[in-house]
Write a protein that binds this ligand. Structure first.
Ligand SMILES: [Zn+2]
Length: 204
């Protein structure tokens, strides 16, 4: 198994443990283990996740200190600093898997859908910067749905936004494209379900 596939299977197994823990009320043996502080980091995956307080990547994938290189920002949007962080981790630590981790009921996606349906006018320029990065992903979903019910649009909009971020990373970095071509790097989209705790990898 190459490093990207191996990291993916470790993340799947970790999320299965997390979901198991939600379902069973008793703490697992692993939760009682002592914490060891790693001297060095050797992250198996880079995660671009949403800043939503309910979706910390280390917890939902049941991973320890040093295992994941996590970038979090509202709406899991792609900005140059995020791509630079990914390039750093991929080059410095040899990490060969990038996961864009969106989630159901994302507030940044919902705000963008609402802005497209009912433009509100003046907003903080900093908040607008987030909406503007989500907009290109979500606009075709809103215009294609033929109605204006936010709740019905958001699920598809969330997945479109995850796929858009995957494409943005791919298009935004020659370093990462080269690693995809020559060294087995993979970029995948995933959606965390707030109701079940499950992570669904999008192109499974
Ligand atoms: Zn979110």
């Amino acid at each position: 198994m190459n490093p990207a596939e191996e990291a993916l299977s470790r993340l799947r197994a970790g999320n299965a443990r997390f979901v198991e823990r939600i379902r069973s009320a008793t703490p697992t043996a692993q939760q009682a283990e002592a914490i060891t502080l790693p001297r060095e980091q050797k992250p198996m995956a880079i995660v671009l996740g949403c800043a939503d307080a309910r979706v910390p990547a280390e917890l939902v994938f049941d991973q320890g200190l040093g295992d994941l290189f996590v970038i979090r920002v509202a709406g899991n949007i792609v900005a140059p600093s995020g791509i630079g962080s990914m390039e750093f981790a991929a080059s410095r630590f040899g990490t060969r898997l990038v996961v864009v981790l969106g989630h159901t009921e994302c507030g940044a996606v919902t705000a963008t859908v609402e802005e497209l349906l009912r433009p509100a006018g003046e907003q903080s320029p900093n908040l607008s910067a987030i909406v503007e990065r989500v907009r290109p992903a979500v606009a075709p979903v809103v215009s294609g749905c033929g109605h204006s019910h936010t709740d019905a649009i958001v699920p598809d909009a969330v997945r479109a936004n995850i796929r858009h971020s995957v494409a943005q990373i791919h298009n935004g970095s020659e370093i990462l494209r080269q690693l995809i071509r020559d060294d087995g790097l993979k970029i995948v989209g995933a959606e965390y379900d707030l109701a079940s705790g499950q992570v669904h990898f999008l192109d499974d």
